[in-house]
Design a protein around this ligand. Structure first.
Ligand SMILES: [Zn+2]
Length: 214
């Protein structure tokens, strides 16, 4: 089973991909499914599930906490909390997994996430990471700390879908999750063009340049 574990729909403010486009692209790329991880909403999950009844749509959400972003995967309802500890607790109450997205990206990571308790996993491959080293560091960390490894394209456009995915031997979502938790999986993928990173972080980058230039 091949699952891209980080995909945004048009229900994220910074993405315009419609549920129809997503389902089409998932099939075209030969994936079995995706985790829909919109920013602070699960509306996209429900819409993709409606249209893509023949693909696997795992519910998730990229939660904006007061300190940075966290992924809740296999959750049932939207996460309402904002403080990182409360967010983690809420995800756990729903029997979801807490995953740190793009953990070693200096512009996008949750600073100080390493001291958070009860993290289940980290993204060892996020296609929008600008440098290969960011993914390499994540892979090394996951190995050392024995946390769950996930991978996703972080697609904000249809063409990015499938740039990274997890492959595990499973016939259903329950089995997929079991393999994931046991680390019985393969990580596949590549990084997207730097352009998607630059466009996605345009505001932060110009702010940074502004600061450097005084
Ligand atoms: Zn994302």
């Amino acid at each position: 089973m091949k699952i891209d574990m980080h995909v945004h729909t048009e229900f994220s403010k910074d993405s315009t991909t419609s549920p129809e486009e997503i389902v089409k692209r998932v099939k075209k790329k030969g994936l079995d499914g995706i985790v829909v991880t919109d920013h602070d909403t699960m509306e996209g999950v429900r819409e993709v599930q409606k249209i893509g009844s023949d693909i696997i749509v795992i519910p998730g959400m990229e939660v904006t906490t007061t300190e940075g972003e966290l992924l809740g995967i296999f959750i049932k309802e939207e996460i309402e909390s904002e403080g990182p500890e409360d967010v983690i607790e809420e995800i756990k109450e729903q029997n979801g997994l807490v995953v740190v997205p793009h953990p070693f990206d200096p512009l996008r990571s949750f600073s100080g996430w390493e001291s958070l308790k009860d993290i289940d996993g980290i993204e060892v491959l996020n296609s929008r990471n600008l440098f290969r080293g960011m993914n390499r560091r994540a892979e090394k960390y996951a190995e050392e700390k024995d946390v769950i490894r996930t991978a996703g394209s972080d697609a904000h456009t249809a063409w990015e879908i499938g740039k990274a995915f997890v492959e595990a031997e499973a016939d259903n979502v329950k089995e997929f999750r079991r393999r994931l938790e046991k680390g019985e999986l393969e990580i596949h993928g590549v990084r997207s063009s730097p352009l998607s990173y630059i466009l996605g972080n345009f505001k932060k980058i110009t702010h940074l340049i502004g600061k450097v230039m005084g």
